[in-house]
Write a protein that binds this ligand. Structure first.
Ligand SMILES: [Zn+2]
Length: 169
């Protein structure tokens, strides 16, 4: 994705107040320029100041769409069960995937309505797709016959569906 500056990131959030968007802490590596933009299809990070809060910024033809997600507190999960990210379809041990919950945009979200999705717990789908990060204790290895470009397309389609549900409110 194209690099984004802080102003573009803060202005992109669709499901929180301007005040909340101004208090979000940017990803580690943002200030010193070490975000690997060229390896990213979207920007995802956990707020360094609020570990239950995660952020996704998804590029689009009309500019980026940012979403605030909540990471529910750790539940007891069996390390033996494998789970799949619904965005990039990477198989993980269960702890490698988390259910992220996003308030809907607009009044629906202010009234407490949310949508959830199972996503790589570190939001690093782009790096898993490129083989730059490996799932821990992966039990299931599916053979993928798709090219990287096709897998990236599939992940972006899945992510667009999730983003669309949030934006629709
Ligand atoms: Zn993923």
């Amino acid at each position: 994705m194209e690099p984004l500056d802080e102003r573009a990131i803060r202005a992109s959030f669709v499901n929180c107040s301007k005040g909340e968007a101004s208090r979000i802490k940017l990803p580690a590596g943002f200030a010193d320029g070490s975000v690997p933009w060229s390896d990213l299809d979207f920007l995802g990070w956990t707020d360094p100041g609020a570990p239950q809060r995660a952020l996704l910024v998804v590029p689009g033809a009309d500019g980026p769409t940012g979403m605030v997600l909540r990471r529910p507190s750790e539940r007891k999960v069996s390390a033996l069960r494998s789970s799949m990210c619904r965005i990039c379809l990477t198989d993980h041990a269960a702890s490698g995937v988390a259910l992220f919950v996003a308030p809907l945009a607009g009044p629906a979200g202010r009234n407490g309505n949310t949508v959830g999705e199972y996503i790589c717990a570190d939001l690093a789908c782009s790096l898993y797709l490129r083989g730059k990060r490996q799932p821990k204790m992966r039990l299931v290895r599916r053979e993928e016959t798709l090219s990287l470009a096709e897998r990236v397309d599939r992940a972006l389609t899945n992510l667009a569906a999730f983003t669309g549900r949030v934006v629709a409110g």
